[in-house]
Design a protein around this ligand. Structure first.
Ligand code: UN1
Length: 499
């Protein structure tokens, strides 16, 4: 069993390089057994004022450090994360619940991001272009925006934090980070790694607290020029509305209602594996989780049978026990939401083919477990096929052909991830073109995005920005266009051209 240090049990904010005690604290629970593992600050808005003031001063110095040197720090952070991978993974499972194998995968995502973004220190490419005038040079470069605010969720508490903080830091910004109070241990570990790696004080601040107080204070503070948020659609809309009032740049990632499409020519066993992994991994609590299976009528029965059979082998329990395939749900509120949707599904006339109940695991009676659940006879417009449930619940929708499958996939308000299982190369490319999500998988489930590609989606999933990939740099940089005239005379653009 993993033991926490005093510092880990008694978490503090990290403001201007100081670990700052806060009197108002909240308990942090292990979702596997409901036990208290730590206490986390419930900060006031004042903490953001302090962080923002010192961030502003520190950032001006940081922006002057050559980017390859800023990147050196990320290499160190990545190396330290690698050295500590096992402990980080266990702490992640302890606070979030996901099974240890997945926790290791998530920590690895963070390590990969460190090395990838460190490489950006020697790129951060702008453009050079010809000028329309003689003896004149034109180029564009990326500049840091200044102080940025990041708000991260509990379902990927370290990976998503790295997707946002690493590009921000390598680009020369200072970061004020509000992690989810459900999973503060990962924030504490990452901030301590940054501190030990030698990040100058004031470049990363961690302020724990509620969205309504701390999040709102971040949005309202003039010095914070960008908010990058991952969370629910409902909260994301509020964040965007508030940022709009301040004319503040905002990048949103707000979930999905992702589907796996299984065509009549699919390798059904492979499709079943893909569905199991992307629907029930992380107990379905991924933005990219598969919550709909859209299946061609010719293989509906076979797929349903094999899926139900395979679901029987999914053992649910404490994520630290590597025999378990599925860990707990994050908390009681998460369970209540899932239970609510089970009732909605039944009322709508869907057939509950498996699961549907809260699960009690022996010796873990206070943990928050839920049975892997499959609804069949689902139609596209049912709420269980439209709304994000964020749990191990899948809806099976039968369609008559490829066109109907694409239409069903696209007929939701989200647009994060989608997948198609088929052996037909023409359909692969048609699907790639017609699926309206930000991520498309062929012959794989809906999860497993890699950090060097853009992560995000269309419609209710986002607002045109992307986490991760080189595209993440666009969130944390401003473009500057620079013109150098070496003709020695005044040349007027659009007037003194030869044309
Ligand atoms: C999320 O659920 O918000 O692609 C992130 C995946 C992971 C990240 C998910 N690499 O499923």
């Amino acid at each position: 069993m993993i033991t926490l240090t005093n510092e880990e049990r008694n978490l503090k904010n990290f403001i201007n390089g100081e670990w700052t005690e806060v009197t108002n604290k909240e308990k942090v629970y292990n979702p596997a057994n409901g036990e208290v593992i730590a206490e986390v600050p419930n900060s006031s808005a004042e903490a953001i004022t302090q962080a923002a003031e010192s961030a502003g001063i520190a950032q001006r110095e940081w922006a002057l450090v050559p980017a390859p040197q800023r990147a050196e720090l990320l290499y160190k952070v990545g190396t330290m994360m690698k050295e500590r991978k096992e402990r980080l993974s266990q702490l992640l499972t302890l606070e979030n619940g996901k099974v240890i194998e997945e926790a290791r995968g998530e920590v690895q995502e963070g390590i990969d991001m460190a090395f990838y973004m460190a490489g950006e220190g020697r790129r951060l490419f702008g453009q050079t272009t010809p000028s329309e005038l003689k003896d004149k040079f034109a180029m564009s470069e990326r500049c840091p925006v200044g102080v940025v605010g990041i708000i991260t969720p509990w379902n990927f508490p370290i990976a998503i934090a790295t997707w946002k903080s690493f590009p921000a830091i390598v680009s020369g910004n200072a970061v004020i980070w509000k992690p989810s109070s459900e999973t503060p241990l990962m924030a504490n570990e990452l901030a301590r790694i940054f501190e030990e790696a030698g990040l100058p004080k004031g470049i990363l601040h961690v302020v724990y607290g509620s969205g309504t107080t701390v999040g709102q204070a971040m949005i309202e503070h003039d010095a914070i020029r960008v908010i990058s948020f991952t969370g629910s659609n409902e909260t994301g809309r509020k964040v965007a509305t508030e940022c709009g009032k301040q004319l503040k740049k905002v990048s949103l990632e707000m979930g999905g209602k992702n589907a796996v499409i299984v065509m009549e020519d699919a390798d059904i066993d492979l499709a079943v594996e893909g569905i199991l992994w992307s629907a029930f991994g992380t107990s379905g609590q991924r933005c990219t989780a598969c919550s709909r299976v859209i299946v061609h009528k010719a293989v509906r029965k076979t797929l349903e049978e094999r899926l139900l059979e395979a679901m029987k082998n999914l053992t649910t329990g404490d994520g630290l026990d590597s025999n378990n395939k599925i860990g707990p749900i994050i908390n009681q509120a998460g369970l209540d939401k899932i239970l609510k949707y089970i009732e909605i599904g039944k009322e709508e006339g869907a057939k509950l083919a498996a699961g549907g109940k809260q699960l009690t695991v022996e010796n873990y009676e206070k943990g928050f477990y839920f049975e892997p659940t499959l609804f069949t006879d689902v139609t596209i417009d049912m709420r269980i096929a439209q709304e994000e449930i964020f749990g191990p619940v899948v809806s099976l929708i039968e369609v008559n052909n490829f066109e109907e499958a694409i239409a069903a996939n696209n007929k939701v308000k989200y647009g994060l991830s989608s997948s198609i299982f088929t052996q037909d190369v023409n359909r692969v490319f048609q699907a790639q073109r017609d699926l309206d999500t930000g991520i498309v998988y062929v012959n794989a489930g809906t999860t497993g995005a890699e950090i060097h590609l853009p992560f995000g989606g269309t419609k209710g999933t986002g607002n045109g920005h992307r986490d991760s990939g080189v595209q993440a740099l666009d969130v944390f940089t401003e473009w500057k266009a620079v013109y150098v005239d070496y003709s020695g005379k005044l040349q007027r653009a659009q007037i003194d051209t030869d044309a």
